[in-house]
Design a protein around this ligand. Structure first.
Ligand SMILES: *[C@@H]1O[C@H](CO)[C@@H](O)[C@H](O)[C@H]1NC(C)=O
Length: 329
């Protein structure tokens, strides 16, 4: 009798432990990625998904962990030919960002772009996997920082928008492996650098195809570069659903949509083993200008009303506290 009771208790205890374990792994790992609408899931695609955006930093953390509450390992980071279906709720959100009229042509636009880029292997190799990454924002805080060598010592160096290097090497470094941009912030790149397009509207995808070929688009909501110099085989395009995920889970609708800097940081959190953030936040005088600008009131970052700089900075501070990145101020 006594024996039986002990056994029963052990079984119950075991069940309890197992169910707790099950709960916590399922919550933390998130749902498994699903095959696309056509039901196919090519081997390469699954490999890419595993390697690119499933660097799961949430395993081993509980569901009430702050980071785990924000992070979703199952999200797609990149738009690829295999992964070009955009769910209606994502499309709807995406079209509103910059007031695009019509998303009906989107599949045609994507296909045309990938026909032009045609380099499936570069996409796999292009994402920073299992490496150290420096994400370099453009804040005036970098001026005089002497972080150049430190930045260059990372395997991957990610910069954004109109980031400048010439004349600032000592503070910002010399290397770039990934350059995040959108049409209105585009710059020419040296060979070998990944252009990472952050598409805020369908026209941005159209523009990239145009700027790498015929040059027929010169205007979005403002004049944009007609042609761009960039390695066609190294282009990466962020998945619109990835932007929505950042807005849903990270900025939680503070600001109309997340800034390029925050997008690059979250991308790095998903794809690198170690992330260092440089050039984020105001300088010591509280100014939000770019490091190459002398006008301390310049740099509209804070004044546009599109992004909530305060909230984004709080997120970065918290990520640092949680040990998910090193924040170099
Ligand atoms: C930005 O976010 C902060 C919370 O961190 C909030 O207090 C503030 O009102 C927000 N600003 C705007 C302009 O929405």
């Amino acid at each position: 009798m006594m024996m039986c009771k002990t056994k029963l208790w052990s079984v119950l205890a075991l069940c309890f432990v197992l169910s707790i374990w099950k709960m916590y792994t399922s919550v933390c790992k998130g749902p498994s990625p699903l095959p696309n609408n056509r039901g196919e899931w090519p081997a390469q695609d699954s490999l890419m998904k595993e390697e690119m955006c499933h660097h799961n930093r949430c395993i081993g953390l509980s569901s009430w962990d702050w980071f785990c509450d924000h992070f979703d390992a199952s999200v797609n980071c990149l738009l690829t030919p295999e992964n070009s279906d955009i769910p209606p709720e994502v499309l709807q959100w995406w079209l509103k960002l910059q007031r695009s009229q019509d998303g009906s042509q989107i599949q045609k636009i994507i296909k045309k772009l990938f026909d032009l880029l045609q380099s499936p292997t570069a996409r796999v190799q292009g994402v920073a996997q299992c490496g150290t990454c420096a994400v370099v924002g453009n804040s005036g805080r970098l001026r005089g920082s002497k972080y150049g060598q430190k930045i260059d010592s990372h395997q991957f160096v990610m910069r954004m928008n109109t980031a400048q290097i010439a004349g600032f090497q000592e503070d910002v470094g010399t290397r770039t492996t990934h350059h995040f941009m959108y049409p209105e912030s585009a710059v020419n790149l040296h060979p070998g650098i990944h252009l990472v397009l952050v598409p805020f509207k369908p026209l941005d995808l159209k523009w990239l195809a145009s700027a790498l070929s015929t040059g027929d688009i010169q205007q979005t909501y403002k004049r944009v570069k007609q042609f761009i110099k960039a390695d066609k085989s190294k282009v990466l395009i962020l998945y619109p659903g990835f932007l929505k995920y950042i807005q849903d889970k990270w900025t939680k609708y503070h600001g109309r949509y997340p800034s390029t800097g925050l997008i690059a940081l979250i991308f790095a959190i998903h794809t690198c083993t170690q992330v260092s953030a440089f050039g984020f936040g105001a300088n010591s005088n509280g100014n939000w200008h770019h490091y190459w600008e002398d006008n301390r009131y310049g740099g509209a970052f804070r004044k546009t009303g599109v992004h909530n700089a305060t909230f984004e900075l709080q997120l970065i501070e918290r990520l640092a506290i949680e040990g998910k990145l090193s924040f170099y101020k």
